[in-house]
Design a protein around this ligand. Structure first.
Ligand SMILES: *[C@@H]1O[C@H](CO)[C@@H](O)[C@H](O)[C@H]1NC(C)=O
Ligand SMILES: *[C@@H]1O[C@H](CO)[C@@H](O)[C@H](O)[C@H]1NC(C)=O
Ligand SMILES: *[C@@H]1O[C@H](CO)[C@@H](O)[C@H](O)[C@H]1NC(C)=O
Ligand SMILES: *[C@@H]1O[C@H](CO)[C@@H](O)[C@H](O)[C@H]1NC(C)=O
Length: 472
């Protein structure tokens, strides 16, 4: 569909969406939250990319549970971009590091920004990644392949410098119109390169780049729309700290490209995030996927995923507390409905749970001593109103919390007497954080109850500031 029509359709359905809302599963993306995957842990796929196979999205990224050194490349699957099933590790740390290629995956190595595309000729899934030593001196790319997207570990084929040049952050792009694929690579000495791959996608084709931007840009991500226009996104070089990321467009990968421009609000540092991937998930929906790095506790780094508004000449990214991607329907994304808060400390306490003071929390208070190995504290919040009663009452709620630990805490969250689900709460380093939780069994009306309790064997849960519920 032509851009403008899609835009109209999207505006129209924002209006219509309000009327049909109760019929939809109102699953929301909550940028910056702790997102608990099917394994009960915060989604661990940083610097990620997405490959869509049939109707399933596979999110493939870095496991940062052990800090900056390589530990694993993880894969998660989802049909709605909100509920993620952990599929397993596609690459894992090997035991030794003697310096040869097979030890790229050894201790104290760097593997970053893994990206996967499918090769129609060889019928292999091909992964490219940034491979480095701990001081980032190697500056190479690595390649791995598999017969299945996430069904088993990938076979690692080794590393090299593309066209003999230093390569740090990478991106990968397959042009579905002609099947050609390209490596985007940050060559610190010369700039950002677009390099054509060989037909098997395992090496660089030829001896020159398709294009070289003589500009210091990292974390590259490339998108092509049905109009035939390419949009290339990237970040300036400011280490783990975010900056105002930029984009350029062209109708030809060889250029000419437009001047680099910002796409998020000026001075927002791209809402404190760095470009990781740009996902076109259909029906005019394009999602910006960025990393909010927490350099002091990398495992707690979160994800800033937001809808991109792309016109012929302009790309605009606006910040939102939450939004509904509608990825498993044929609708454009919609704004979240209005929300209502319920204070944790005003709930009913049981076990050892009790009110604690909490700097930064609403009312300066929270429900503390949730969980605990012997006291089993819990908080029960009743009288929660929801209009989202249709379709099994599936929705996303937010739990605002505090966790002063470095490691995540866990709680069981139960709705209307249902079985508790395990929810992760990453360390908040003194700030108030958000955990987003998909719940089932919400009823229309004001008779809903949420219990936040400890998770067996997990010690203390988070301090619960408040529960935020969409009400329409
Ligand atoms: C996708 O669908 C095709 C056609 O139905 C099927 O052959 C293929 O196995 C599916 N791929 C995956 C990864 O499920
Ligand atoms: C893109 O630009 C290159 C270099 O100028 C040129 O050779 C090629 O024909 C162009 N491709 C298209 C589709 O215009
Ligand atoms: C997209 O941006 C255009 C240009 O600023 C604006 O007119 C339009 O309302 C935006 N659309 C959405 C869905 O935000
Ligand atoms: C702890 O309390 C919760 C909520 O009251 C309850 O569901 C759970 O069974 C209790 N666990 C233990 C070990 O007593």
């Amino acid at each position: 569909m032509h851009h403008r029509n899609r835009l109209l359709l999207s505006l129209l359905s924002v209006v219509l969406g309000l009327a049909t809302f109760t019929a939809l599963a109102a699953l929301q993306i909550v940028p910056g939250g702790t997102w608990t995957a099917s394994n009960g842990e915060h989604l661990n796929a940083h610097g990620a990319g997405v490959i869509q196979v049939n109707n399933t999205f596979y999110l493939i990224g870095e496991d940062k549970s052990q800090g900056s050194s390589f530990f694993a490349v993880n894969c998660y699957s989802s049909v709605d971009l909100v509920q993620w099933t952990y599929e397993g590790a596609l690459l894992s740390r090997t035991s030794s590091s003697s310096g040869d290629d097979n030890d790229d995956l050894g201790p104290n190595r760097i593997i970053e920004r893994p990206k996967v595309i499918y090769n129609d000729l060889t019928k292999k899934y091909v992964m490219w990644m940034h491979v480095d030593s701990s001081n980032y001196g190697d500056a190479k790319v690595g390649v791995a392949t598999s017969d299945t997207v996430c069904g088993k570990p990938y076979e690692y084929h080794g590393s090299f410098r593309p066209l003999g040049m230093e390569s740090r952050d990478i991106g990968l792009f397959k042009d579905d119109d002609d099947g050609r694929a390209y490596l985007l690579t940050e060559d610190r000495k010369n700039g950002l390169r677009i390099n054509l791959l060989t037909p098997d996608y395992l090496s660089i084709s030829g001896t020159t780049s398709t294009h070289l931007f003589p500009t210091a840009i990292e974390s590259p991500a490339l998108l092509k729309l049905s109009s035939g226009r390419y949009y290339l996104f990237g970040s300036h070089l400011t280490g783990w700290s975010p900056n105002d990321n930029v984009y350029t467009t062209s109708t030809n990968l060889s250029g000419p490209w437009t001047d680099w421009k910002i796409f998020a609000d000026k001075g927002s540092n791209t809402y404190a995030s760095q470009t990781s991937f740009i996902l076109n998930y259909g029906n005019g929906n394009v999602m910006y996927m960025g990393d909010r790095w927490h350099s002091n506790n990398l495992q707690s780094s979160s994800y800033i995923w937001l809808p991109l508004n792309i016109t012929e000449t302009e790309v605009i990214l606006k910040n939102r507390g939450s939004w509904i991607p509608n990825a498993d329907s044929d609708l454009p994304w919609t704004e979240s409905p209005a929300e209502k808060s319920y204070e944790g400390e005003q709930g009913e306490y049981s076990g050892g749970a009790r009110e604690v003071s909490c700097a930064g929390c609403s009312r300066g208070k929270a429900a503390g001593y949730i969980g605990g190995t012997s006291t089993n504290g819990s908080i029960t919040i009743t009288g929660i109103k929801s209009n989202n009663g249709g379709e099994g009452g599936v929705t996303t709620i937010q739990i605002r919390y505090k966790n002063g630990d470095t490691n995540p805490r866990y709680a069981g969250v139960s709705v209307n007497g249902g079985a508790p689900q395990k929810v992760a709460f990453e360390g908040t380093a003194g700030e108030v954080g958000v955990s987003s939780v998909v719940v089932r069994g919400f009823r229309k009306g004001s008779g809903n109850t949420i219990v936040v309790s400890g998770w067996e064997g997990a010690g203390w849960g988070p301090d619960v500031d408040r529960v935020v519920v969409p009400v329409e």
